[in-house]
Write a protein that binds this ligand. Sequence first.
Ligand code: C2E
Ligand code: CA
Ligand code: CA
Ligand code: CA
Length: 280
Amino acid sequence: AKRGGRDRVSRYKAELRIAREAFTRISAGLRHAVERGELAVHYQPVVELPSGRVVAVEALLRWTPASGPVPPDEFIPVAEETGLILPIGAWVLERACRDARACRDARAWYERHGTSVTVNVSVRQLAEPGFADEVLAVLECTGLPADALVLEITESVFAGDADALPVALDRLRGHGIRIAIDDFGTGYSSLSYLHQLPVDILKIDRSFVPAEPGGDHSFTLAVLQLGSSRSLPAIAEGIETAEQAELLHALGCRLAQGYHFAKPGPAAQVEAAFARLNPA
Ligand code: C2E
Ligand code: CA
Ligand code: CA
Ligand code: CA
């Protein structure tokens, strides 16, 4: 038993060392990612059910250093931990607003209501005192209207005791920017104080999208009803099949996102998705 314990400890130490090395490697690389032009923003359509028309696009960051692409789930946590998410997040916001502005201009002839762009924002960014000013300045310099921008934040924003956050959110909402709760249902706070949160849209995490029509979807329904009782539109994430799209629509969900409709791709590819999903 003693022997096994020692093995476990050394295995644990080895894992820690590898994790530390990965952290160091990623943070060293990320530090130069912006200036080296290694970052890109891809877009994934959000569609209306059942028509499949694109109503928004979500901006998703991509990092491709010389050694090959690194998944966001690996580098975003490092960027948050090191604070690099501040310059990187600012870069994403500006890129996304610029692209959205160009896309709106190009599609204005048949997109009567325009489309919005949704940008993921980390708690670290939101906690910066100048964040709201920064967002408003980006809108001003890119010419994107405030009602075309949605900021996605996770429930963890509301978990801490940072009183300043709702103030920043209220200020942004006062200008017409909408706030979406990302990965809704995965945090603790959701059910109890949704009515107090300064938010406009719920994004239902894909772990709540039933894999098969026959499965148990009582929780999906509960989350959707919670949203509709507050008049909050819901976007179902991670829709991969036509059956899932039909089921979510039958449960009362009017917006969806997922590989079934379109995968994330560079801005040029989004144009093609528009042409396919929103025929004139
Ligand atoms: P998220 O915000 O929940 O984004 C949705 C993720 O689901 C994306 O992964 C997207 O590519 C993926 N996805 C979309 N449709 C499907 C589907 O049908 N099936 C499956 N299995 N997956 C689908 P991605 O692009 O790898 O991003 C991962 C996470 O990284 C994001 O999760 C978000 O939390 C974070 N992230 C990405 N870009 C940014 C950014 O600019 N800023 C910040 N703070 N976080 C970001
Ligand atoms: Ca998101
Ligand atoms: Ca999500
Ligand atoms: Ca997520």
